[in-house]
Structures are given as C-alpha cells and as structure tokens.
Design a protein around this ligand. Sequence first.
Ligand code: SF4
Ligand code: SF4
Length: 67
Amino acid sequence: MAMIKFRRERCKGCGLCVLACPKNLLMVSSKINRSGYPVAKIDDMKSCTGCALCAEMCPDVVITVFK
Ligand code: SF4
Ligand code: SF4
C-alpha cells in the first residue's frame, strides 16, 4: 500500500502533479496555504500505486511518496 504526503506550505497550485498522475488521483483543491496558493490534494489514497511520478514532476518538492 502506498501513501503520499504534501508539504502544503510549499505548494504553488501549478497543477503539474495533477497532469502527471496516471491514475488521475490528484487535484488542486480550494484550500489556500499561507502564501495564498491553492494546494494540491489526493482524492483516493487507496488507489495510489506509489509510482512517484507526481513527486518527480513537482518543481517545489511538495510531495513525498511512502510505500
Ligand atoms: S504516486 Fe503515482 S499513483 Fe500515487 S498520486 Fe502520485 S502519480 Fe498518482
Ligand atoms: S504539489 Fe507541486 S506540482 Fe502539485 S500543484 Fe503543488 S507545486 Fe504544483
């Protein structure tokens, strides 16, 4: 089973991780971090394969993948 964690305060809401996920599990939410950006979130953690493509794509090292 895989799990991902977000360092939300570093997220800029660019959506690159959303495009990278082959399972379409990620989205940019309506939550805003302290810098004023909407933050990414995962919809269905149980379906995450831990492929880490989202983490590799993120330019701000927001996502960590645990397997
Ligand atoms: S680890 Fe892979 S399956 Fe899981 S959210 Fe990231 S891109 Fe999607
Ligand atoms: S987690 Fe990274 S790639 Fe995804 S929206 Fe935030 S800054 Fe962009």
